[in-house]
Design a protein around this ligand. Structure first.
Ligand SMILES: NC(=O)c1ccc[n+]([C@@H]2O[C@H](COP(=O)([O-])OP(=O)(O)OC[C@H]3O[C@@H](n4cnc5c(N)ncnc54)[C@H](O)[C@@H]3O)[C@@H](O)[C@H]2O)c1
Length: 349
């Protein structure tokens, strides 16, 4: 005999999840492609208020319905879940409406425009007992999974710093600054790899377009331990760099996302130091050893994310990129905005 909860869960496991995707701009097509391949999932409708985008959906996916009206999916009882891939300033209103209408929700990163909005959605999801998830795609990459595994196994020793550079000649966004646009990826990785909660942040940035939207910004995240994290984000660089360093007291990892295959290198590099009491000086001994290239899983991260969302609905699993990680990213971004406007003032979290 099954208890009621198991029985309900079995019914859930077997049935198809019908989803609607709102937003078929730059990122929406990737979501449609990946959700199309998920077992137990059917894309019922794609919504975008630009008819020319919907024409592309109909050409490529004749079985998917299209609509320019979000109410067509919000009020449709055949739709179980809504995936939102629209600009960030629309996320809260769309997700709120979806949750109130009894839908599970997957939000593109960044989750919302403020901590208050993110918290309100979490409360709503809990009240309606619906899955609320945020797409922090990088958490599903083979590289990040490998780094997490190495850190947890103690391969690099005590983790001391995290340093990320994400710069290129980027698309200037009309509504959010470069940190809100680019840093969510790296902040979500930081929070995933480092369980300790940050203590404070400091950020500086500049807007060269005179619209108060920073196109270059630097963010430092401080901890009560001696760990530190730093982010360099820019839409104004002549070269594209996607580089992340994670330094331990035994080894250091370099993650270069532009490398086609050798994305992660582990450097057996380090130093030890002692104090020369007589000369009142720090003496540093360097160690430069081998470089190791671990094999990382190469399957598409977005496929892992899409499967995780559907499993969370059908099997009540906790997704890797859950709403808590979404909220923690927004907490840091909101504080960074405050700090930039106060010329780099330290903001306690
Ligand atoms: N996970 C990732 O790696 C990744 C990568 C790129 C973008 N994103 C995120 O995806 C989201 C969308 O970004 P994008 O670059 O695709 O934007 P975009 O502007 O290219 O596309 C957004 C689409 O949504 C439509 N739209 C906007 N508001 C709507 C509404 N209320 N109803 C119906 N349609 C609406 C627009 O017509 C447009 O076609 C953002 O949150 C962005 O940060 C995530």
């Amino acid at each position: 005999m099954y208890c009621l909860e198991t029985y309900v869960s079995l019914i859930y496991t077997k049935r198809m999840v019908n989803i609607a995707i709102i937003g078929f701009g730059y990122w929406g097509p990737n979501l449609v492609r990946n959700f199309s391949a998920v077992k137990n999932c059917t894309i019922h409708t794609v919504v975008d208020f630009r008819e020319e985008r919907l024409r592309i959906v109909r050409q490529n996916y004749p079985n998917i319905s299209t609509s320019t009206q979000i109410d067509d999916v919000m009020s449709n009882s055949a739709i179980d879940a809504i995936v939102i891939a629209t600009p960030v300033f629309t996320h809260f209103e769309l997700a709120q409406k979806a949750l109130i209408n009894g839908k599970h929700v997957l939000l593109e990163k960044p989750m919302t425009s403020s901590v208050a909005e993110a918290e309100a959605l979490i409360e709503l999801a809990s009240k309606h007992q619906k899955v609320l998830m945020v797409d922090h795609t990088f958490l599903y990459t083979g590289a990040v999974q490998k780094m997490k595994q190495m850190i947890e196994l103690g391969v690099i020793g005590n983790v001391q710093y995290f340093d990320s550079t994400r710069i290129n000649l980027g698309l200037f966004q009309p509504d959010v600054n470069v940190l809100w646009d680019l840093a969510p990826h790296d902040i979500s990785i930081l929070n995933y790899l480092k369980k300790e909660k940050p203590f404070s942040i400091q950020a500086t940035g500049i807007s060269h377009t005179k619209n108060n939207i920073e196109n270059i910004a630097y963010l430092t995240v401080n901890y009560t331990s001696d760990f530190i994290a730093h982010f360099n984000c820019s839409w104004s660089s002549p070269v594209k760099i996607r580089m992340l360093l994670v330094g331990g007291d035994e080894k250091m990892i370099v993650f270069n996302d532009l490398e086609p295959t050798e994305k992660i290198k582990v450097y057996d590099t380090g130093y030890s130091h002692k104090t020369d009491e007589e000369k009142n000086k720090i003496l540093v001994d360097y160690r430069v050893g081998d470089i190791y290239i671990p094999k990382v899983e190469s399957k598409e991260a977005l496929a892992g994310m899409a499967n995780d969302f559907i499993s969370a609905i059908t099997q009540q699993t906790t997704p890797v990129s859950n709403f808590e990680s979404g909220l923690e990213v927004i907490r840091i971004l909101e504080a960074s905005q405050q700090s930039i406007k106060a010329n780099g003032k330290e903001i306690k979290l």
